[in-house]
Structure formats: structure tokens, C-alpha cells
Design a protein around this ligand. Structure first.
Ligand SMILES: Nc1ncnc2c1ncn2[C@@H]1O[C@H](COP(=O)(O)OP(=O)(O)OP(=O)(O)O)[C@@H](O)[C@H]1O
Length: 291
């Protein structure tokens, strides 16, 4: 799917004039961008650019100092995330996330990790335990659905054979997939992934691309991604937003952003005037390599 055009796109998340200050430090400055429904939007930028801070605002870890985070569901319901307590952002806002540093329950089995993720839904079905204790059908149905959903995501992430193993025993790449499975078990409309390819080998990184494209195509889930691995960004993103020192410096299709002089300058740490010379050098090197 093509990157959204701001005037015609169907927005799932609109970040509107968000600023986040920590004391005297402004980590994010008047940031606005839109993530379109059913697309993969990548948030990139050099270290310390403010990417994780944006994620933390979207997912309720921080309340932005100013600005709005408007989540629009498929049915048209609108939720202002900055006004919600963080537990409601997953449950009501239908935003799920993974973390830069994997955060699983290492002592629990792989399957249990996915059932814990559905705890809120099970608690509601249990009438806050009373119906569960009394053995009501509604609770049993919800519990069976939770197991089915967990199995589905274990199959999608190729972890079904490890369902009964402690999560901590999984290899690193499998733990990253389990985090994505766990997030998907909550039925999100927006899946936020903080550096999902970090630490993966090229094969695992390619498998991750396939998994994310499947999630987008089969579930219609919109994805917002922070990623340093440009091969992942360029291969699966429909739309890229670039931050530098908390400010947006580019916003568009991957190929346009990749060739944007201010983005090249931000990544290479050179002034705008020097970018042209650097681009010539890169072109010359690419030409030599092709011969
Ligand atoms: N809780 C906090 N208190 C104070 N400063 C913070 C806090 N969280 C982030 N910052 C600062 O905000 C700025 C942006 O940090 P952030 O982690 O959002 O950047 P990033 O783009 O995600 O970087 P990286 O790619 O290295 O993860 C940095 O200067 C960081 O030190």
C-alpha cells in the first residue's frame, strides 16, 4: 500500500503538536504526524532524537507536556490517548507495544505469557472473579477463546513447539517474536514496536519483515515502528517520519526520505552544504561496486 497522503489518508493515529519536556530538556518539540490505517509507519532518527519518548507518550508511560494523540478506531470511535490512564490505552485505546529491551515473564511458559496478556479481558468475563468461581459459561468461553488466540499467535510466530517452555529459555530472536505475539493477543488496532530487529541476525530480520507484513495484510493492524535497521525500514515501511533533536525533519515515502539531504545530514553528522559532496561520494562508490 502506498504511503498515505495527508489529505486523503484514513488516520489511525494523529500526533498533534506534541511536546515533551523533562525539566530543562525538551525531548520532543511540537511534533505532528499521522499514521495511516493498515500501513507500516516508521519513526527513525539518530540516537537521542526522541523516538522512544514519542512511543512512551503514545502508550501512556509519559503524559506529553502539551499536544494531542488522537486514536481513531475502525468503527469511527475517537480516543484521546493523552487523557487516558495507561492501562486503558491498551484496553480501550487498543494500542499495544513491545519494548527496546525485551520484557517477558521469564519464569512463565511461553503460553502463560500470552494468557497473562489477556488478563484484563478474562477478568471482565469473570465478573471480577465471581462468575469464574461459580463456573459460569461466559467465563469458560472467554478462557477457551484466550487459549485459542494464544495458540493462533504461537503458530503465526513459529513458537507453537515451545509453548510449554519457560520464556527465558527461548533464543533471543524467538523472545522478540514472543513479545510481538503477546502484543497481538490484546487485539490492537495499532501495534507499536520499539526496535524489533535489534540484535537479530539477517535471517531473523528477514523473518521479522515477513511476520510484520503478514500482520498488516491478514489482520489489517496498523504498525508504528522505531527501527535503526534501515533494511527493515526500507523494505516494510509505507511511510517514514524522521526526528532529529526532538523535531521532525522529514515525513514521506521511504525512497523520498532516504534521499532527503537533511536526513542524510542528520545521519552522517555533516552540515547541509556538505551533503551534496557526500552523496556524490556515495554514488561513485555504488558505481564502482556495481562494476
Ligand atoms: N525520563 C527521562 N528523563 C530525562 N530525560 C529523558 C527521559 N527520557 C528520555 N530523556 C531524554 O530525552 C532525549 C530523547 O531520548 P529518547 O530515548 O526518546 O531518544 P531515542 O530517539 O529513542 O534514542 P535511542 O535511539 O538512543 O533509543 C534524550 O536526550 C534522553 O536523554
Amino acid at each position: 500500500m502506498a504511503a498515505g497522503n495527508a489529505t486523503t489518508m484514513d488516520p489511525v493515529l494523529s500526533v498533534e503538536h506534541v511536546t515533551m519536556r523533562f525539566g530543562g530538556l525538551t525531548a520532543v518539540k511540537d511534533l505532528s504526524f499521522t499514521a495511516a490505517r493498515g500501513e507500516v509507519t516508521a519513526l527513525i532518527g539518530p540516537n537521542g532524537a526522541g523516538k522512544t519518548t514519542v512511543f512512551n507518550c503514545i502508550t501512556g508511560f509519559y503524559k506529553p507536556t502539551t499536544g494531542m494523540l488522537r486514536m481513531t478506531h475502525r468503527g469511527g470511535d475517537v480516543h484521546l490517548l493523552e487523557r487516558m490512564p495507561d492501562f486503558k490505552i491498551s484496553q480501550v485505546g487498543r494500542v499495544a507495544r513491545t519494548f527496546q529491551n525485551i520484557r517477558l515473564f521469564g519464569g512463565m511458559t511461553v503460553l502463560e505469557n500470552l494468557l497473562v496478556a489477556q488478563h484484563n479481558m478474562l477478568m471482565r468475563a469473570s465478573g471480577m472473579t465471581v462468575l469464574g468461581i461459580l463456573g459460569f459459561k461466559r467465563y469458560h468461553d472467554a478462557a477457551a477463546e484466550a487459549v485459542d488466540r494464544a495458540r493462533h499467535w504461537l503458530e503465526q510466530t513459529q513458537l507453537i513447539d515451545r509453548a510449554d517452555d519457560p520464556a527465558a529459555d527461548l533464543p533471543y530472536g524467538a523472545q522478540r517474536r514472543l513479545e510481538i505475539a503477546r502484543a497481538m493477543c490484546t487485539g490492537p488496532e495499532l501495534l507499536c514496536l520499539d526496535e524489533p530487529a535489534a540484535g537479530l541476525n539477517p535471517r531473523e530480520s528477514a523473518d521479522l519483515n515477513t511476520l510484520l507484513l503478514d500482520i498488516r495484510a491478514k489482520e489489517g493492524t496498523s504498525i508504528l515502528l522505531i527501527e535503526h535497521d534501515m533494511s527493515v525500514v526500507m523494505q516494510i515501511s509505507d511511510h517514514v517520519v524522521v526526528l532529529e533533536y526532538g523535531k521532525k525533519i522529514a515525513d514521506g515515502k521511504p525512497e523520498a526520505v532516504r534521499n532527503d539531504p537533511s536526513v542524510i545530514a542528520a545521519y552522517l553528522g555533516v552540515d547541509d552544504e556538505e551533503v551534496e559532496a557526500v552523496e556524490h561520494q556515495l554514488d561513485a562508490m555504488a558505481g564502482e561496486a556495481a562494476q
